[in-house]
Design a protein around this ligand. Structure first.
Ligand SMILES: NC(=O)c1ccc[n+]([C@@H]2O[C@H](COP(=O)([O-])OP(=O)(O)OC[C@H]3O[C@@H](n4cnc5c(N)ncnc54)[C@H](OP(=O)(O)O)[C@@H]3O)[C@@H](O)[C@H]2O)c1
Ligand SMILES: *[C@@H]1O[C@H](CO)[C@@H](O)[C@H](O)[C@H]1NC(C)=O
Ligand SMILES: *[C@@H]1O[C@H](CO)[C@@H](O)[C@H](O)[C@H]1NC(C)=O
Length: 341
């Protein structure tokens, strides 16, 4: 190895750690102070303009209601017009100052350009952009029948957040606005059978962390990372080659608790109004960040054992068998997702 880097390998790690030990207490102190301040005085969004993608169901729908309760003006985006109409109606009843809905497919660039333009034409400004639309899949990487399935997941989950962000940024700069991204704990937890979804979510994490550096404090960016949440996704809406959606869901989520969409949306909106960098919900997932860093092999082994391995004499992974042989579904799943449609 070149001698300069041999020297740096010896010098940088210990001096870097010493510097961190020196500055960390000061940083922690200012963070606690700022945390208190923003907790006491969160942003008010009365009449502010909030654009939400994926607002027709699940977390996005509940996010719309959280903003509605605070008197914001909403632009709701998804593909299914009948559902959007219903959400718009409910949001109005809950206190939204005004509601528009825009039928668009966020995986198409021209649709994303149009949905930002329509919002600006109607309201004249944009304060918050909520990137929420996402689609996961349910198959082992090697079992994909062709690569098009990967494109579909990437197009909705990654590009479906990137395009609206790109077109919204000039308007958000004018209002010193905010971006709320519905990322996922899958950005750093290697859930099997969802490899490309996990990759899309990891890409989002790095995209928005880098935008923070490029943009500075002018636009606040909150990256939310939900665990398993009640939604059409946890009801069984996975991109898959097979027909049985309940089976896919039972294998994926297994005997793990699923949080209510409403609770998740509350935590996300509260986080963005307080200017938090990250919101992990439910909070208990955050301990597994340390596992990812310090004991990745434990995550690998347990995920493989639970979700990929086949139970002896059967074709079913242990996650589904545990769900079927214990009262986990009754105890841990919100009622709306116990049966899939
Ligand atoms: N549920 C969980 O456990 C969980 C966990 C971690 C992260 N997340 C993330 O949360 C977000 C929301 O998902 P969800 O669980 O609430 O699922 P969901 O109920 O399936 O909601 C997805 C929303 O996105 C919209 N959408 C999908 N494809 C679209 C497209 N091409 N263009 C425009 N809108 C589109 C859907 O509406 P239309 O079909 O009407 O277009 C729907 O409103 C996703 O980013 C997901 O990755 C969910
Ligand atoms: C965030 O994404 C998850 C799926 O990854 C989805 O279930 C949830 O509804 C989304 N949140 C919002 C507000 O759309
Ligand atoms: C994904 O998006 C690209 C670019 O818009 C498009 O060419 C491709 O057909 C899309 N693929 C799928 C499966 O949606």
């Amino acid at each position: 190895m070149d001698p300069l880097h041999t020297l740096l390998n010896l010098v940088i790690p210990p001096s870097g750690l010493s510097f961190l030990a020196l500055v960390w207490p000061t940083l922690a102190f200012t963070n606690v102070f700022q945390w208190l301040l923003t907790t006491l005085f969160p942003e008010e969004v009365v009449r502010k303009v909030v654009l939400i993608t994926g607002a027709s169901s699940g977390i996005g729908e509940q996010i719309a209601y959280e903003y509605a309760k605070r008197g914001a003006r909403l632009a709701l985006v998804a593909r299914r017009e009948n559902l959007l109409q219903q959400v718009a109606h409910n949001a109005k009843k809950q206190g939204a100052a005004d509601v528009r809905y825009i039928v668009a497919d966020v995986s198409r660039e021209e649709d994303c350009k149009r949905l930002v333009e329509e919002t600006i034409n109607y309201y004249g400004r944009l304060d918050h952009l909520v990137n929420n639309a996402g689609l996961t899949h349910s198959f082992l990487f090697e079992d994909a029948s062709d690569a098009a399935g990967f494109f579909e997941v990437m197009n909705v989950t990654f590009w479906g957040a990137l395009y609206p962000t790109y077109y919204a940024l000039p308007h958000l700069r004018k209002t010193r606005g905010k971006i709320l991204v519905n990322d996922s704990v899958a950005a750093w937890l290697p859930f099997p059978r969802m490899s490309v979804y996990n990759a899309a979510k990891a890409a989002l994490l790095n995209l928005y962390d880098t935008l923070r550096v490029e943009i500075g404090t002018e636009i606040g960016i909150t990256i939310a990372m939900p665990g398993w949440i009640e939604s059409e996704m946890t009801k069984g809406k996975f991109a898959t080659d097979e027909g049985d959606l309940t089976l896919q869901r039972d294998v994926h989520v297994g005997p793990f608790p699923v949080e209510y969409a409403e609770e998740c949306a509350k935590a996300m909106v509260s986080g963005v109004l307080k200017g938090r960098r990250y919101v992990i919900v439910p909070f208990w997932y955050s301990v597994f960040l340390l596992y990812r860093l310090l004991a990745p092999e434990l995550l690998e082994w347990s995920y493989r054992l639970l979700f990929v391995a086949k139970a002896p004499g059967s074709d079913t992974p242990p996650s589904k068998i545990l769900l079927e042989t214990t009262p986990a579904k009754e105890a841990f799943y919100p009622e709306t997702i116990r049966k899939s449609e």
